[in-house]
Ligand binder design. Structure first.
Ligand code: PHE
Length: 444
């Protein structure tokens, strides 16, 4: 890529951009559902353990690889270990997986945009439950509507990335992350005051330790990886924009705290409302697109304006959260095209818009393609790639180089003290645990 490599402006910028990538659809529909189905507070404890023991070391690994090489996901590892095609292949795989995920992720982004526009028109107010449910099925199965929305969503996200790391990604994340927290807190106030909301709170917090087993641990880890955007090269790519003086451990922990806090807040915003409306908490994007509008429609009979406004706030939060994640996925492709083919940022963005837009159209029209891509990317590839990254940092990179990045060449006393523990996690605990989970995922 021509010109000097850009950097994030400050620690806040690093954490906001990374939290932007992390906070997304995974927090809004997947986390609350997982918590409820897998033991309530017991799942949250497992999720915390998985994050602390495995996801954080993997996160630190990805930032280390990115910052040390100053390259995006494709060339980072081959830059640090030249002459070994295998690492270039792993990098290429990360780019491909990020583009595949982006294609279907933007389809859900498009649905959210569609519902945001419908909320503007207060179109859910006073609809009957069956009418509300059919809005989603009609919209997602219509020919042109989801495609137009998907391309619009993707167009806006690509436009932000085209503006560059500082003027585009950093600026957007610094505004949108605080806004997201504000929006979700407004939602919580609305949600917990609904009659019958306490059932939803119980669903989220009641610990059920009988659910704690290997399988749930695997779910907790998978969710934690997905939520922190690991195993796609997105964090390697963002890591390459992190200043040498920045504390990698603090940035990782800060991002994880933001991500988990938002996931828990989203749970408190959604589940009480779902229970208040007497809806079964089901898995998948359907929960937000079929159940949540129903809440606004039924409540809308008494307070139509408030109901329409909260519905708008809710879908705006989803659109913004999905967009900051989508941006990090596009950036993986942009750095690849820049580094491999010397394409400018703007040209790369146009090309990616055409590529992912096209694939997204297929996903939008073919639900089976959508489901298979989601399964393959988030259950298999994410773990395979995370495994490769930790093996690279633990066995291919020199220990001294890893130490230099994590401790900032000895300038961070706490990290110096923690280094041996973190390195042990990267070298042994993470690869073994990921391999075990990968195998059990296939057997289960
Ligand atoms: N972390 C995002 C979410 O929770 C998903 C994502 C995965 C985004 C990988 C970028 C890279 O929705």
């Amino acid at each position: 890529m021509s010109g000097k490599k850009e950097r994030f402006g400050s620690r806040t910028a690093v954490i906001m951009a990374m939290a932007g990538s992390a906070i997304g659809l995974g927090n809004i529909w997947r986390f609350p559902y997982m918590v409820g189905e897998h033991g309530g507070a017991a799942f949250i404890v497992m999720y915390l353990l998985a994050t602390l023991l495995l996801s954080l070391p993997v996160f630190i690994t990805e930032v280390t690889i990115g910052r040390r090489s100053r390259k995006g996901a494709f060339s980072a590892m081959s830059e640090l270990h030249p002459g070994h095609r295998i690492w270039e292949f792993v990098g290429l795989l990360a780019v491909i997986v990020s583009l595949l995920i982006n294609s279907y992720y933007c389809v859900i982004g498009g649905w959210s945009l569609d519902f945001l526009l419908r909320s503007c028109a207060a179109s859910f107010v006073r609809m009957s439950p069956s009418e509300v449910t059919s809005v989603f099925s009609q919209m997602s199965s219509s020919r042109w509507e989801p495609v137009v929305m998907h391309l619009s969503f993707m167009g806006i996200s690509t436009f932000i990335v085209a503006h560059g790391v500082k003027a585009g990604i950093e600026k957007f994340s610094k505004i949108s992350i605080p806004a997201l927290f504000f929006l979700i807190i407004v939602m919580i106030f609305y949600s917990v005051t609904l009659p019958g909301a306490s059932e939803g709170l119980k669903y989220l917090v009641k610990p059920d330790f009988s659910q704690v087993n290997g399988e749930t641990m695997a779910y907790a880890l998978g969710q934690s990886f997905y939520s922190l955007s690991l195993g796609m090269g997105a964090i390697i790519t963002y890591g390459s924009y992190v200043h040498k003086e920045e504390d990698i451990v603090v940035s990782g922990a800060g991002t994880a705290v933001f991500d988990l806090t938002f996931a828990i807040l989203a749970g408190f915003a959604i589940m009480p409302a779902v229970f208040a409306a007497g809806i079964e908490p089901g898995a998948g994007p359907g929960l937000i697109f079929q159940s949540v509008p129903y809440i606004f429609s039924s409540m809308g009979e008494e307070v139509p304006v408030i109901s329409a406004a909260v519905s708008f706030i809710f879908f705006l939060a989803i659109v913004v959260a999905a967009m900051t994640s989508c941006i990090s996925l596009i950036e993986v492709g942009v750095t690849f095209l820049g580094e491999k083919f010397n394409l400018s940022r703007k040209k790369s963005c146009c090309l990616l818009f055409v590529l992912c837009g096209g694939l997204g159209i297929v996903c939008s029209l073919q639900p089976s393609v959508f489901d298979s891509l989601d399964w393959f990317c988030s259950n298999v590839m994410l773990l395979v790639l995370a495994f490769c990254f930790v093996v690279f940092a633990g066995f291919v990179m020199k220990k001294e180089d890893v130490r230099e990045e994590i401790t900032n060449a000895g300038a961070k006393p706490l990290n110096v003290r923690l280094f041996n523990v973190i390195y042990f996690q990267i070298k042994w605990i993470a690869p073994i645990a990921i391999a075990v989970i990968l195998v059990t995922n296939f057997i289960l």
